[in-house]
Design a protein around this ligand. Structure first.
Ligand code: 2HG
Ligand code: ZN
Length: 456
């Protein structure tokens, strides 16, 4: 990288917000999983949208590529440098507008964390529809760029479904601003939704207008010991049909619980040990516990209920602490797939069997959002560049009509497998959008399409 334009960047953001020192850069150069890393000449930390626009324009002028980064909680290598790109950190853009209590909306800077947003809107009597375990670090801009899902998708949808408007900086430094809070606005293309899930390849998200949901004070969680995935699906189906307030349906297995218990020092789950576990949560203005227990009344499986916050968190810990427990054990391969619900049980059985036979060193830990057909296949025991298990799992996913990227994105981790579930016509349409919005390929090069794809 020709760094002769650093003085220009210093003039834009101030000298203290260009991090050149190796010690200061380090945290931005390695992803959360520790599997993906690269080096950056420097990290630039603009403080507002105009500064982002000026930085992007300066980089575009110098032909320098950028990797936009938020809380660096991504799991597919899409937010860290790979080939000497400049890291554009958005964490200083963390403003939160007052909550619009009439429309139930708020405008949020890209760098605000999910927890900051939650705290802000809860204090005003509202809530936000997306929640996930990395809430204290993940940022709103990154969540939009990855179209993050999490544990409430079954009721409220993913990040894209919360978007009322967006502000973003294009690759040429121009700013698009659609933040007025119009629930109805069919004026041409929906650019906000185009950017949701674009993984930093089309524009840099700087702010968003988000819809809020009512605070539902009555909550109930049930943890069930289930014999297998098919049983978890059957219970979820009947609770889904028998309640109005189902907010989460999570599946995990004995191998994950064993790891979580060991790393988090937790006792055995109150339902005892079981091959599989199903966690359900209902939320309502009142009587969520009655709704959930009556929906489960015909189901004869060991079940623990919790309504108090502390007890609910206690049951959730067995599920939410999977990611950190796995990471404490080693550097996993993380495969985030979705299956049609009627193929999910078959998928789980076949994945385990195939890995046992073909990649016996692989140690799979499966868990996920069963209501969405989304399973996180984590695999320990393999070298970071050993792709045998990844290949097998993603091939099987495609064969069963699933998606190779449910909610984490393609990043750089899955570019090689994009063709499995996207046709040549699909990929050509996406590449045309990419080259129209970023003709010089300076925004997050290599992500989604791979390093060579766009230069052909
Ligand atoms: C979750 O559901 C996250 O907890 C992380 O999507 C999943 O660690 C993973 O593979
Ligand atoms: Zn997840």
């Amino acid at each position: 990288v020709d760094v002769s334009f650093i003085p220009a960047l210093r003039a834009i953001v101030g000298a203290t917000h260009i991090l050149e020192d190796a010690d200061l850069r380090r945290a931005y150069e390695t992803d959360w999983t520790r599997r993906y890393h690269g080096s950056t000449p420097f990290v630039v930390r603009p403080g507002n949208t105009d500064e982002v626009a000026a930085v992007v324009a300066a980089c575009a002028g110098a032909g320098v590529s950028l990797v936009p980064q938020g809380g660096n909680t991504g799991l597919v290598g899409g937010g860290v440098p790979r080939a000497g790109e400049v890291v554009l950190s958005l964490t200083r853009l963390n403003t939160l507008s007052p909550v619009d209590a009439v429309g139930g909306e708020v405008t949020v800077g890209a760098g605000a964390t999910l927890a900051q947003l939650q705290q802000h809107v809860r204090a005003a009597g509202w809530n936000f529809g997306v929640d996930l375990a990395s809430r204290d670090s993940c940022t709103i801009g990154g969540m939009i760029a990855t179209n993050a899902g999490g544990i409430r998708v079954i009721r409220y949808g993913a990040m894209r479904h919360q978007l009322v408007g967006i502000e973003a900086v294009l690759a040429n430094g121009q700013v698009i601003r659609r933040l007025p809070g119009l629930r109805k606005d069919n004026t041409g293309y929906d650019l906000a939704n185009l950017l949701a899930g674009s993984e930093g390849t089309l524009a840099v998200v700087t702010a968003a207008r988000l819809r809020l949901i009512p605070q539902l004070p009555s909550r109930a969680v049930a943890l069930l010991a289930v014999p297998h995935t098919a049983a978890a699906l059957a219970v979820t189906a009947s609770v889904r049909a028998g309640t109005t307030g189902l907010e989460a349906a999570e599946l995990f297995f004995s191998e994950g619980v064993e790891l979580v218990r060991r790393h988090a020092g937790l006792p055995a789950p109150p339902v005892g040990t079981s091959p599989a576990y199903l966690l359900l949560e209902c939320a309502a203005p009142a009587n969520a516990a009655d709704e959930l227990s009556s929906a489960l009344s015909t189901i004869d499986l060991p079940t623990a209920f919790a309504t108090e916050a502390r007890q609910r968190e206690g049951l959730w810990a067995y599920r939410e602490r999977h990611t950190e427990a796995i990471s404490a054990e080693g550097i996993p391969h993380k495969l985030d797939v979705a299956l049609p619900l009627d193929r999910l049980a078959e998928f789980e059985g076949r994945v385990r069997q195939h890995l046992r036979e073909a990649v016996p060193e692989a140690r799979p830990i499966l868990f996920g959002h069963v209501g969405d057909g989304n399973i996180h296949v984590n695999i320990l025991g393999l070298d970071p560049d050993d792709d045998r298990a990844t290949d097998a799992v993603l091939q099987l996913t495609a064969e069963l009509g699933g998606s190779i990227s449910a909610e984490h994105g393609i990043g750089v981790a899955k570019t090689r497998w994009l063709h499995l579930t996207r046709s040549p016509a699909d990929i050509a349409a996406m590449a045309a959008i990419k080259s129209a919005l970023d003709p010089r390929g300076i925004l997050n090069p290599g992500v989604i399409f791979g390093m060579s794809a766009l230069r052909e």
